[in-house]
Design a protein around this ligand. Structure first.
Ligand SMILES: [Ca+2]
Ligand SMILES: [Ca+2]
Length: 180
């Protein structure tokens, strides 16, 4: 499953064919898909090798917040991306095999109304020293109330747990800056 922009469902068969071609990483580009050709691997306009392509209309960069880390402890980094859907719904996707043929998979879903993507600031690190990366998240509850959550098990089925609470009035969101 890949992040799907809310407007994507109206695009029809051409977009579906394009998305399927994108997931094959342009090994066999669909000649009927202009957007595939425009961004295809090996294009003179391409600044580098394409490891993954959402397909036109399927991913809004402004809605995603990426972090990197070795989430499964195999010595290679993956990319995690939180995708902000409407209705205070956020999902976490992990991109495996980024160095070759990246494949995204969903590892967490906040559920509707539970997680506003614009209220979160993410930072990745191996916080417990077990060789696998976790993701720390500062979440803004307004009124200078911030809570820190840690996402564990990101390589499999991720889960979030609260590890700190600023108490109301205790921490200014606009002064909270994460450095990754
Ligand atoms: Ca890894
Ligand atoms: Ca760890």
């Amino acid at each position: 499953m890949v992040p799907q922009h809310p407007a994507a469902g109206r695009r029809g068969a051409v977009l579906g064919r394009c998305r399927a071609g994108a997931l094959r990483l342009r090994q066999q580009p669909d000649p009927g898909c202009g957007s595939c050709r425009a961004s295809g691997a090996g294009s003179r306009r391409s600044p580098g090798r394409i490891a993954w392509d959402s397909g036109a209309g399927n991913g809004d960069a402004a809605r995603s917040k990426p972090v990197s880390g070795d989430f499964n402890g195999d010595g290679r980094a993956e990319i995690g991306a939180f995708y902000n859907y409407d209705g205070a719904t956020t999902r976490l996707f992990v991109f495996d095999d980024v160095a070759t043929a990246a494949t995204p998979r969903q590892t967490w879903d906040s559920g509707a109304g539970n997680w506003g993507g614009t209220r979160a600031k993410y930072v990745a690190g191996d916080f417990d020293g077990d060789g696998r990366t976790e993701i720390g998240t500062f979440y803004n509850y307004d009124n200078s109330l911030i809570r820190l959550f840690v996402f564990d098990g990101i390589g499999g089925a991720a889960g979030a747990r609260q590890v700190w609470d600023s108490t109301r009035g205790g921490w200014d969101w606009n002064r909270t800056i994460t450095v990754t």
